[in-house]
Every structure is written in structure tokens, then in C-alpha cells.
Design a binder for this molecule. Structure first.
Ligand code: PBG
Length: 324
């Protein structure tokens, strides 16, 4: 009979031993909370496929942001739901559009909280695609870049602290960097959705903002879930074009991509724990099939362990409360 010489169990025996030897730690410093803003006043409409998440009018958004700041969350990521959608997504480029108004209100009320804006057109166009649709019913890359340039300037003029372009257009980061710099916004960082996959995990989000494409899908601009090397090419381009933070999205089904990006690049890596990852756990918890709090912690821990420096998550509030 041979007894083991080294016994890994020795370090697992008590809470304090486990605390001392824990390799991955979660901190509220690493979290970004996504928020949805829409027209109106005193509106706080729960999103049916995302329990615990709300469509908020600007006044309610401010209250939510104040609460996030009190919880120590460093930043929020804003998504706009315009009152009016049209083929060119005109609300997105207007200084009086929903997001610029929300940014101004947030910066007045909670100036220290980082106000990050999602830069894309799918929430604003009546066809639900992420840019300008040409005669062949495809998204016109370069025309969309010009539209994104106008949008990013509207956000910058309103006082956004960081912009997060999510449209997966080619040359997007370089174009937006140049646009910002030319208008004197050289100190606004770009957090790029660099490796963004065409994913079924965005389903609940598209309910939340009404952005499901009316025809076709996004596979011509978002990435094929089968590809990993392509993600490295996408991140390389964004780094060369001047991205300050690179993002992988979704997170859970792409932990290998997060790890590769973390190993190969020296920029901060963000991961987006998307709507479907949140909602499937919420749903199973409601059915009593699993423990939401433990699932949440394990999920976010896994994303951290894979290499994410920053996690964008609908659980940011709940996590902040637990971590305090
Ligand atoms: C595009 C955008 C999407 C998400 C963030 N930015 C949706 C899409 O590409 O269809 C999804 C976020 C989530 O699912 O939580 N503006």
C-alpha cells in the first residue's frame, strides 16, 4: 500500500486556507454594468426575458447610476432605445438623441461614474441591422463608418468617458480614432468589441432594445462561432488601429478566445457576459433547478480565470453587494 506524499487536500480544509491559496479573485473594480435608456419619464419597465433588468427613462437611469456608483461599480455601459427608428438610425447621430441626453444627465448627476456608450446602429434602424443597407440588402461597410463617426462625436460632445463600438465593421476602430482625434477628443478611449461572434446568446438583448434584424442575420459582419484564428486577426487589427481595450463577446462559450487574447496581446481585455448567459441562469433558478447566486459567482469567476481584466455583466449590482 502506497500513501500519497503530497496531499493537495491539505490546503482545502478550511475557509481560511482556501482564502489564502485562492488564485483568482473577483473585485468590484473589474465590473461594468450595462443599462438601457428609453424615452419618457418615470419609466422603469422590466425586460421580460431579462428578469431584474429594466428599460429606464433618463430620470430613472440617473437613479440607477447613482446606486451603481454607491456600490463602487466603476462604470456603466449605455444602450439607447430611441422613440423613433428609421432606415438611417437618425436618433443615433443627433445631439438630442436618447443617448446624448442620457449621457449629459449622468455626467451632471454622477460625474465620477464612467459613462461608456455602445456605438452601433442596430438599436436605431427600423430594419435592425448595424448600419446602412445597400440595394443588395447588405450592410455597406464604409458608409456605415461615416455614420458611426457622427454617432461617436454626438456621444463625445455629450461627455461620454469612453466609447464602445460594437458593429464589427472593417476599419471601424481606426476610423473612429481618427474622427475623435480630429475633433479634439483624443483623450476618449475606445473599448472595441473586437472579437464579437454572431451568437444566439444575444436573444434577450434584442428583445430589450427591439433590434432583431427584420431580414437576414448578422453573420456577414459578426464572427463565425467556429473560428478562433479569425478572432486573433480581428484583435490584431483593432490593436493596430488604436483600440485601448479589446473585448471578447459573448464570454462563456468563448473562454478559450478570452485566454488566447489575454496571452497574445498586452492591452486590457474585457469580456461581455451577455444577455443569454444571464437569462438562462435566471430562468433555471426560477424553476428551482439551480442556485442563482452560486451560478453567478462561478460564471464570473470562470471569465476572470480565463483572463478577462474587465467583465461587463448584468449581475454587476448583485456582485458588488456580495463582494462588499
Ligand atoms: C449591438 C450589441 C448587441 C449586444 C451588445 N451590443 C447585440 C447584437 O449584436 O445583436 C448584445 C449584448 C447582450 O446580449 O447582452 N449594438
Amino acid at each position: 500500500m502506497q500513501y500519497p506524499e503530497y496531499r493537495p487536500r491539505r490546503l482545502r480544509r478550511t475557509d481560511n486556507l482556501r482564502r489564502l491559496t485562492r488564485e483568482t479573485r473577483l473585485s468590484v473594480d473589474q465590473l461594468i454594468l450595462p443599462l438601457f435608456v428609453l424615452e419618457g419619464e418615470k419609466v422603469r419597465q422590466e425586460i421580460s426575458s431579462m428578469p431584474g433588468q429594466y428599460q429606464l427613462s433618463v430620470d430613472e437611469l440617473v437613479r440607477e447610476a447613482e446606486q451603481a456608483a454607491k456600490l463602487g461599480i466603476p462604470g456603466v455601459l449605455l444602450f439607447g432605445i430611441p422613440g423613433h427608428k428609421d432606415p438611417s438610425g437618425s436618433d443615433a447621430v443627433s445631439d438630442e438623441g436618447i443617448v446624448p441626453r442620457a449621457v449629459r444627465a449622468l455626467k451632471r448627476a454622477v460625474p465620477e461614474l464612467l459613462c461608456i456608450t455602445d456605438v452601433c446602429f442596430c438599436e436605431y434602424t427600423d430594419h435592425g441591422h448595424c448600419g446602412w443597407i445597400d440595394e443588395a440588402r447588405e450592410v455597406d461597410n464604409d458608409r456605415t463608418l461615416e455614420m458611426l463617426g457622427e454617432q461617436v462625436l454626438a456621444h463625445a460632445r455629450a461627455g461620454a468617458d469612453m466609447v464602445a463600438p460594437s458593429g464589427m465593421m472593417d476599419g471601424m476602430v481606426g476610423y473612429l480614432r481618427e474622427t475623435l482625434d480630429e475633433d479634439g477628443f483624443e483623450s476618449i478611449p475606445i473599448m472595441s468589441y473586437s472579437a464579437k461572434y454572431a451568437s444566439a446568446f444575444y436573444g434577450p438583448f434584442r428583445d430589450a432594445v427591439g433590434s432583431a434584424p427584420r431580414f437576414g442575420d448578422r453573420r456577414a459582419y459578426q464572427m463565425d462561432p467556429a473560428n478562433a484564428l479569425e478572432a486573433m486577426r480581428e484583435v490584431t487589427l483593432d490593436v493596430q488601429e488604436g483600440a485601448d481595450i479589446v473585448m471578447v463577446k459573448p464570454a462563456l462559450a468563448y473562454l478559450d478566445i478570452i485566454r488566447r487574447v489575454k496571452d497574445e496581446f498586452d492591452l486590457p481585455v474585457a469580456a461581455y457576459n451577455v444577455s443569454g448567459e444571464y437569462s438562462m441562469i435566471k430562468a433555471a433558478a426560477r424553476l428551482g433547478w439551480l442556485d442563482e447566486q452560486r451560478m453567478m459567482l462561478e460564471t464570473v469567476l470562470a471569465i476572470r480565470r480565463a483572463g478577462a481584466d474587465i467583465i461587463i455583466t448584468y449581475w454587476a449590482r448583485d456582485l458588488a453587494r456580495i463582494l462588499h
